[in-house]
Design a protein around this ligand. Sequence first.
Ligand code: HEC
Ligand code: HEC
Ligand code: HEC
Ligand code: HEC
Ligand code: HEC
Ligand code: HEC
Ligand code: HEC
Ligand code: HEC
Ligand code: HEC
Length: 424
Amino acid sequence: MILRLLAMLVMVLSGAAAAAAQQAAPPVDNCRTCHAQLDGKLGEPAQQFADDVHATRGFTCANCHGGDPREEDMEKSMSRTRGFRGAPKRSEIPQLCAKCHSDGAFMRAYNPSLRTDQLAQYQTSVHGKRLSSGDARVAVCSDCHGVHKIRPASSPISNVHPQQIPNTCGRCHADAGYMKPYKIRTDQLLSYQASVHFDKLKGGDLAAPTCVTCHGNHGATPPGVTSVERVCGTCHVFQEQLFDQSPHKDAWAKTKIPSCLTCHGNHAIKHTSDTMVGTGKESICMTCHVEGDNGGKAAGRIYTALTGLDASLGEALSVVDTAERKGMEVGEARVTLSAAREKLIKARVDLHTMDGARVEETTKAGEKLSKQANQDGVQALAEYTFRRKGLALSLLVIAFVVVCLWLLIRNLERPAAGEETERT
Ligand code: HEC
Ligand code: HEC
Ligand code: HEC
Ligand code: HEC
Ligand code: HEC
Ligand code: HEC
Ligand code: HEC
Ligand code: HEC
Ligand code: HEC
C-alpha cells in the first residue's frame, strides 16, 4: 500500500515536472546528442526523434530507456545504477507505454481528452491474449504506432491515420510467410483494396471504414456475428433496420448465418447491382432458394420491379435529354426524374425486408413519376416540332411578303419608256 502511494506520488511529481518542462527550455539530453552522431540502429532513433510527439512534449530518451540524460559520459549515463534498462523486449513494450498511457492522472496534465484504456483494451484483443501467452510475433504498441517517430493519431503521416491503417495491418497480415504458423487467411489487405470502401477512403472520404473501424483498434478481434451486424449498421442504418424486419433475421440467427456478410462479403465489398437479386446466375438468393419456393418468388418479383423502374427511368431520361439538346425548357421534368430515381434507390434499400409487395409499392410510385417526366419530355418535343413548323410557315410568309415588296418596288422605280429617252 505504502509502496503504491509512493509510486503514485512519484508519478504525480514527475507529471508536474514534465508539464513544467514543456514551458521551460528544452531538457538537457546527452543521450540524444551522442546517439545522433552514431550510425545505423544506434543513430536512427535520435535522428527520428525530433518530430516525435513525445519529444515535442519535452520527454527524453530516458523516459522510456532510463539512465541519466545529464551525463555526457556514456558509461555513467547508460549505467544500470541510474536506472538504464536498454532496449525493451517486444513482450515488455505494452507495459512500458502503459506506464504513462494507463495513468489517468499523469496523462490529464498533458491532454485531458486522451483515452487511457489502451492497455486494458489491448489485453482483450487476439494480439494481447497471444502476447500474454508468450507469442511475441503479434502486434504490440510499436508495430502500429512506430517507436521513435510516433505521431498523434490525427496526423496524416501517423501509421494509424485512417489512410495508413490498411498498410500498417497489412505489413503482417498480408505477409504469408510471417503469418504461416497461424493458418489464417492473408488476403484481407488485397481484398479490402478491391472494395468500394477502400475506393472511398482513397478518394479522401475518412468516413469510409478501415480495418480498425470493423475490428477495433486496441481491442482488435475478429468480429463475432452480432458485432458485425452492429458494425455495418452503424453506417448503413436503414439496411440494418429493414434486415431486422425480414424473415431472415430469426431464421439465420438460429443457424448462426451472419447477416450482411452472407450477401455482401466482409473485405471485398463491391458495388451492388440488380442482378444480385432475381433468379439468374448472379443472384445470391439462388444460393439458398429455388425458383418455386417463397424466397425464389420474392426474388423474381423484386428483380422485375427494380429492373422495370430502371428501364422506365432510362427511357424517360433519354426523352428529356433529347428535348434539352433541342433547346427546350425541361427543368421541371428533371426534378420529377430525380424524384423517380430517389424511389429506385429507396426500393433497393427496401429489398432488405425481402418483401416483394413492399418493394413494388415503392417502384410503382417511381414508375408514376418516371412516366410523368417522360410525358413532360414528349410534350416538350411536340412543342419543339410545333414551333419548328410555325417557324417554317412564318419564314414562308415573310419570304412571300419580301418577294412581293421587291416586285412592287421594281415596278415603281422602273421609269416610263418616254421619260428615259427625253433625258439623253
Ligand atoms: C557518449 C555517447 C552515448 C551516450 C551519452 C548515451 N549512449 Fe546509448 N549507446 C551508445 C553506444 C556507443 C551504444 C552501443 C554500445 C553499447 O550498447 O554499449 C549505445 C547503446 C544504447 C542502446 C541500445 C542498447 C541495447 O540494449 O540494444 C540504448 C537503448 C541506448 N544506448 C540509450 C541511451 C540512453 C537512454 C542514453 C541517455 C540516458 C544514452 N543511450 C546515452 C552511446 C551513448
Ligand atoms: C516512447 C518511448 C521511447 C522513447 C522516448 C525512446 N525510445 Fe528507444 N526504443 C523504444 C522501444 C519500445 C524500443 C524497442 C523497439 C523494438 O524492439 O521494436 C527502442 C529501441 C531503441 C534502440 C535499439 C534499436 C534497435 O533496433 O536495436 C535504441 C538504440 C534506442 N531505442 C535509442 C533511443 C534514443 C537515443 C532515444 C532518444 C533520442 C530513444 N530511444 C527514445 C522506446 C523509446
Ligand atoms: C493493432 C494496432 C494497434 C496496437 C497494437 C496499438 N494501437 Fe494505439 N491506436 C491504434 C489506432 C488505429 C489508433 C487510432 C484510433 C483513432 O483514430 O481513433 C490508436 C490510437 C492510440 C492513441 C490515441 C488515443 C486513442 O486511444 O485513440 C494512443 C495514446 C495509443 N493508441 C496508444 C497505444 C498503446 C499504449 C498501445 C499498447 C498498449 C497501443 N496503442 C497499441 C492502433 C494500435
Ligand atoms: C513518459 C510517459 C510516456 C511513455 C513512456 C509513452 N508515452 Fe505516449 N504520450 C505521452 C504523453 C504525455 C503524450 C502526449 C499527449 C498530448 O499532449 O496529446 C503521448 C502521446 C502519444 C501518442 C499520441 C496520441 C494522440 O493521438 O494524440 C501516441 C500514439 C503515443 N503516445 C503512443 C505511445 C507508445 C506506443 C508508447 C510506447 C512505445 C508511448 N506512447 C510511451 C506519454 C508517454
Ligand atoms: C506485428 C504483426 C501484426 C500487425 C502489425 C497486426 N497484426 Fe493482427 N495479428 C498478428 C498475429 C501474429 C495474429 C495471430 C493470428 C491468430 O492467432 O490467428 C493476429 C491476429 C489478428 C486478428 C485475429 C484473427 C483471428 O481470426 O484469429 C485480427 C482480427 C487482427 N489480427 C487484426 C489486425 C488489425 C486490424 C491490425 C491493424 C490495426 C493488425 N491486426 C496488425 C500480427 C499482426
Ligand atoms: C467492413 C468491415 C471490415 C473491414 C474494413 C475489415 N474487416 Fe477484417 N473482417 C471483417 C469481418 C466481418 C470478419 C469475420 C469474417 C467471418 O466471420 O466470416 C473479418 C475477419 C478478419 C480476419 C480473420 C481472418 C479472416 O480473414 O477471416 C482478419 C485477420 C482480418 N479480418 C483483418 C483485417 C484487415 C488487416 C483489414 C484491413 C486491411 C480488415 N480486416 C478490414 C470485417 C472487416
Ligand atoms: C464507417 C462506416 C461504414 C461501415 C462500418 C460499413 N460501411 Fe459500407 N459503405 C460506407 C461508405 C461511406 C460507402 C460508400 C457509399 C457510396 O459509394 O456512396 C459504403 C458502401 C457500401 C456498399 C456499396 C453500396 C453501393 O454503392 O453499391 C455496400 C454493399 C456496403 N457498403 C456494405 C457494407 C457491409 C456489409 C458492411 C459491414 C461488414 C459495411 N458496409 C460497413 C460506409 C461504411
Ligand atoms: C439476403 C441478401 C442480403 C442481405 C442479408 C443484406 N443485403 Fe444488402 N443488398 C442486397 C442486394 C441484393 C442488394 C442490391 C440492390 C440492387 O442494387 O439492386 C443490396 C444492396 C445493399 C447496399 C447498397 C444499396 C444501394 O443504395 O444500392 C448496401 C449499402 C447494403 N446492401 C448494405 C447491407 C447491410 C448493412 C446489410 C446487413 C444489415 C445487408 N445489406 C444485408 C442483399 C442483401
Ligand atoms: C444463406 C441462405 C439464404 C440466402 C442467400 C437468401 N435466403 Fe431467403 N431465406 C433463407 C432461410 C433459411 C429462410 C427461412 C426458411 C424458409 O422460409 O425457407 C429464408 C426465407 C426467405 C423468405 C420468406 C419465405 C417464406 O416462406 O415466408 C423470403 C421472401 C426470402 N427468404 C427471400 C430471399 C431473397 C429475395 C433473397 C435474395 C436477395 C434471399 N432470400 C437470400 C435463406 C436464405
